[in-house]
Write a new protein. Structure first.
Length: 325
């Protein structure tokens, strides 16, 4: 995902949510609808979330320091995880509480045209925001399904905005249904039921976001396609004859660490090996530009040691079997 693409989607969502939050809150003041209050808080929480994503992107661009030698790229994952917490607590739990109170103490929706008009406006505005997020996601998504894109994207901003916008649209439809039924029946309980449904929806989305960003925080390997490109770039068939084992790790959405042990010919000189490793690193960076931190350790391949498998406790420097990640 390009940083500019993610920023455009975030700014579009932020502008839409700020306008919608004001409109929803005004509608709540005139109508007393709990669905409108829940949706107002939802939009405020979404606006704060987009602010967190922008802040995380800015902090992630800081230069590496002696204390953080691999940089701050993972700050984007930290702020994306905070988004899931805000969505769960401020959005989901508040909506469930407000809906419960409305079900226990229902009252009719006043001035029905305010919530209906605002909800229609909000659906139109959120649709434009959602369209922008889809447009910006189509490039990095490629041929993958939307489910695969959200599960495997290394940059958290677009999946977060996509899920937030989708949740906002579904939440608006639920609010419209709850308010509409409350107006038609004269029973404010329907308004409370719609509010509870919005809360449950937000909690589900928050849990999905938390699970995905937690995986990124723990450290994910490169995608299968990039792994194959790195493996193909490493082996030249002359000095570097095979990969003994390899590990990759995303230091951030656009920065990849590659650590590998490769087999070299036993009769090559140190100068020849050093030249081959430098060439291999250049080929890796050409094949996978985000592979910015590369460590290559030469070794003599041993079939006996490879068959026995790696045993860090007994032989931390010994060769192990070839691995794909």
């Amino acid at each position: 995902m390009s940083a500019s693409g993610g920023t455009r989607a975030i700014v579009a969502a932020l502008a839409a949510n700020l306008a919608i939050a004001v409109a929803k809150f005004v509608a709540f003041l005139f109508s007393g609808s709990s669905s409108m209050l829940a949706e107002s808080v939802h939009s405020v929480a979404d606006s704060g979330n987009q602010g967190l994503l922008l802040l995380g992107g800015r902090k992630a661009r800081r230069e590496a320091t002696p204390q953080h030698p691999f940089g701050y790229g993972r700050e984007r994952y930290v702020y994306a995880f905070l988004v899931s917490i805000v969505l769960f607590s401020v959005g989901g739990m508040f909506a469930i509480y407000e809906g419960y109170e409305k079900i226990m103490h229902p009252h009719a929706v006043k001035d029905w045209y305010w919530p209906i008009g605002v909800l229609v406006f909000a659906i139109i505005a959120e649709s434009f925001s959602f369209r922008t997020a889809i447009k910006e996601s189509n490039g990095p998504r490629g041929n993958r399904s939307w489910k695969e894109f959200i599960r495997h994207a290394k940059a958290p901003e677009l999946p977060v905005v996509l899920l937030e916008d989708l949740g906002a649209l579904v939440g608006l439809i639920l609010a419209l249904g709850g308010v509409g039924l409350a107006i038609l029946t004269g029973n404010g309980v329907w308004d409370g039921i719609g509010t509870v449904c919005i809360g449950v929806l937000l909690i589900v989305i928050a849990l999905v976001l938390a699970a995905e960003t937690k995986s990124l925080l723990l450290g994910e390997a490169a995608g299968a396609e990039d792994v194959e490109k790195i493996k193909a770039a490493l082996v030249d068939g002359r000095t570097v004859t095979r990969i003994i084992h390899m590990r990759t790790l995303h230091l951030g959405p656009e920065e990849l660490l590659v650590a590998t042990k490769v087999a070299v010919r036993h009769d090559d000189t140190a100068a020849q090996i050093a030249e081959a490793i430098n060439a291999a690193e250049d080929r890796i960076r050409t094949a996978v530009p985000i592979a910015r931190v590369i460590y290559v350790e030469p070794d003599i391949y041993s079939e006996t040691a490879a068959a026995a498998g790696p045993d860090p406790a007994k032989s931390p420097g010994g060769p192990g079997p070839e691995l794909d990640h």
